[in-house]
Design a protein around this ligand. Structure first.
Ligand SMILES: Cc1cc2nc3c(=O)[nH]c(=O)nc-3n(C[C@H](O)[C@H](O)[C@H](O)COP(=O)(O)OP(=O)(O)OC[C@H]3O[C@@H](n4cnc5c(N)ncnc54)[C@H](O)[C@@H]3O)c2cc1C
Length: 429
């Protein structure tokens, strides 16, 4: 049985969405826009996000507008003036990419930094206020059974079976749904450790209270800081490439551990680490790109489909784009989910694989080099004009994932990303 545009009717089966993170809620909202009912099954007892910041490119705002939450998302955003890269050894500014009027005109939308909890809250409020969306916390999905025209989610409590017209796995890096479809085991541990903290504005050194996302790049380490929540807070993210062997997510650690990897950098940056005692650790993981994340009326979205390192600040943006593309594919196929999920996957694979692959390269060749390789990075970056930077970002920030957009009509699904741009240069190899 398929759900057609009369999805409001209570007797039609809902689309089952596994996971109420950014990706899952965006899928529910995007499907509702086309009249499809969904039931979001979330493992956690409470619906929330980690208390840290997130950067969003203009491509995320294209999605917010599509979902009808553009003004709410803009209302919790800080619109920074630039992305800045500094050398963490010399303390010099290497490059500053402006994000004001010229940037917004080129990409049609702003670049922003937000508190994750506030962003999740915007999506959650919109979902809760939508009659076509039901959200069930405490409903972890262990597995599913696929029939000829329906699917049954098997809950982790071992007792319940929930039937739907289709199933979308938005269950993140450790996705159970991915294991059934792709079966590629645990994610790849990158060996990079990231420590996050959020501090009140008054604890941020005055000279670092700038309206920018600033990244200090050092040998096998970098630190990022930017303002949040109407400038009441600052987000700090410290990363070391320290060959950490095991995956870790959100575990509290002593500040001493955070300081240890930052001995070689400028005193200004070392002092910044001292500003918080409340650090949490993630050992970063990603996955190899794959080309088979859909099977019949079951598919994947976001980290479940294409987990990536955070170095392009695009994981959540890709999950949001996926949601729009998936919902449009369902609408275009008039509820034939097998067909819809195949064309959704085809439209998304090259783009998301490119971000996965380039995110790794950015870590190695831009954020973490030392010695001559770092000097070469600095020289190459300084030689670029603002126009050069914008051109190299057109493919990423200028994208509209809607299959109803004029750009989508022009591009063939197979090569649309390769048509639009060559791979941008990675300055230091
Ligand atoms: C340090 C760091 C910094 C980052 N910075 C940025 C950034 O600046 N910009 C950006 O765009 N991206 C960033 N990202 C990436 C971004 O956080 C992720 O790509 C994004 O959160 C993925 O969303 P998702 O909904 O796919 O998965 P998740 O956010 O992981 O959500 C998955 C949801 O599924 C639930 N779930 C899990 N298992 C089950 C189950 N069995 N049954 C039911 N529910 C289940 C979980 O509880 C969760 O609610 C960063 C990531 C990290 C680690």
């Amino acid at each position: 049985m398929t759900v057609s545009s009369n999805g409001k009717s209570p007797e039609t089966l809902p689309v089952l969405i596994v996971g109420a993170g950014i990706g899952g809620l965006a899928v529910a909202l995007a499907l509702a826009r086309h009249g499809y009912r969904s039931l979001v099954l979330e493992k956690a007892p409470q619906l929330s996000e980690v208390g840290a910041g997130i950067q969003l490119g203009p491509n995320a705002f294209t999605v917010f507008d599509y979902l009808g939450i553009g003004s709410e998302a803009r209302g919790v955003s800080v619109f920074i003036d630039s992305l800045k890269l500094c050398d963490a050894i010399s303390g010099e500014a290497v490059v500053e990419i402006p994000l004001q009027e010229r940037f917004r005109r080129r990409f049609g939308n702003p670049y922003a930094v937000l508190h994750r909890g506030q962003l999740h809250g915007v999506l959650l409020n919109a979902a809760r206020g939508n009659d076509l969306i039901e959200i069930r916390p405490n409903a972890g999905v262990r597995d599913y059974e696929q029939g000829s025209a329906s699917v049954v989610a098997l809950l982790e409590n071992g007792r319940e079976r929930v039937k739907g017209a289709a199933l979308v796995g938005c269950d993140g890096l450790w996705s159970n749904i991915r294991q059934r479809i792709v079966g590629d085991g645990a994610p790849r541990v990158s060996g990079h450790s990231t420590y996050r903290a959020v501090i009140p504005r008054e604890d941020m050194p005055a000279e670092l209270q700038t309206n920018a996302a600033t990244l200090w790049a050092g040998p096998k380490c970098h630190i990022v800081h930017y303002p949040l929540s109407d400038w009441k807070l600052f987000n700090l993210v410290v990363t070391y490439h320290n060959e950490a062997p095991e995956p870790v997510a959100g575990v509290p650690v002593e500040a001493g551990e955070v300081r240890r990897g930052f001995q070689a950098v400028t005193p200004e940056i070392r002092r910044l680490i001292d500003r918080s005692e409340d650090w949490k650790l993630w050992v970063l993981c990603d996955r190899e790109p794959v080309a088979n994340w859909s099977q019949g009326c079951v598919t994947l979205v976001g980290d479940a489909a294409h987990a990536m390192l955070q170095y392009f600040a695009q994981g959540a943006c890709m999950a949001l784009e996926d949601a729009v593309c998936l919902a449009d594919a369902v609408a275009l196929s008039e509820g034939d989910f097998d067909l819809a999920f195949e064309s959704y996957q085809e439209a998304r694979i090259l783009r998301t694989a490119r971000v996965q692959i380039q995110s790794r390269a950015i870590g190695d060749y831009i954020y973490h080099p030392s010695g001559i390789a770092a000097d070469l990075r600095n020289a190459e970056m300084r030689s670029r004009t603002v126009g050069d930077w914008y051109r190299s970002l057109d493919w990423l920030y200028g994208h509209n994932p809607s299959l109803f957009s004029s750009a989508a009509r022009e591009r063939s699904p197979k090569n649309h990303e390769l048509n639009s741009a060559r791979m941008p240069d990675i300055p230091v190899r």
